[in-house]
Design a protein around this ligand. Sequence first.
Ligand code: PLP
Length: 353
Amino acid sequence: MSAAGLTRPTSDFRSDTLTRPTAAMREAMLAAEVGDDVLDGDPTVGRLEACFAQWLGKQGALFVPSGTMANQVALGVWTRPGDEIVVQRWAHVTTFEAGAAGYLHGLQSITVGDLLGSMPADEVAAAIRPRYEHCPRTSLVCLEQTHNMAGGRVAPYAELEEVSAIARAAEAKVHLDGARLANAVVASGVEARRWAALADSVSVCLSKGLGAPVGSLVAGDAEFCAGARLVRKRLGGWMRQAGILAAAGLYAFEHHMQRLEQDHALARDLATRLAGIDGIGCDPGSVDTNIVMARIEGAGEGTTVAELSAALEARGVRALPMGAGLLRFTTHLDVGPADVERAEAELRALLER
Ligand SMILES: Cc1ncc(COP(=O)(O)O)c(C=O)c1O
């Protein structure tokens, strides 16, 4: 039974975006004071934006419909067509935003690092172009914390600090894709505002581990926010009585932040179990937060990751094939210890028969 009181026939580990609002969150949404956020401002949206701006130590924040839009708003503010941005090789901005950096803003990207989410300082330094009229201008360096494709990795503070310093020395801005920054804060004990101080703009998602149904914020100083309002408008991201959604975000901020530790513990437990199954490569020591990447090594003759995940789904357990032989499991509000036991048992049944 999920928190919303609806039975789940499957144990669904595909994404932490799957969570449905709890009964208490729905009550908060129902009670939300709302207004037209485009005309006069919506009071609940205003409270949400102030809450996240304070948490991140920034002058302001803007509520937007999605993490993708939050990132693209930042790209739109900091760059002009023909610029180049430096991005981690498997970052969401370059891998999963459908080429929006080029399509929307006329940018080209130069990527650094590996599948483990690294952002080597020497590679970043080498990627930044000299100020020379034949070269594109490097206007932005993008960070991602936690790193999705790297299995929710929390980059060490010193690693991001060094990259941020290199970018700023080259007069490039820094954007932090913090879709899951709350997970990084809980896992690392490093405050959100310290991570955010490494960047000129930060995006955070409410609809992932925090368990709200919709929404993200993008934060920065007052000048950034003015630019961000314009880009959000151009992208069609203005919302009217959005307080009903912002109320879910405020509820999530107050009630679902600390419980992320439970998701992290469950992910470590799952990884330990998966590591013990023949044909799965999984390092529990690499699980920092709520994402477990299982490398399917010996799924049987002719069995691909997609085939394995389909067979698993037929047994009531869902995980996300990510390409490169990886199957992603994510822990969240709507899965618990019984789902983890089920995942282990069904994978054993499939791989060890
Ligand atoms: C690191 C990261 N950034 C941005 C996003 C985009 O969020 P949305 O799906 O709300 O557009 C995601 C989504 O999974 C993500 O993992």
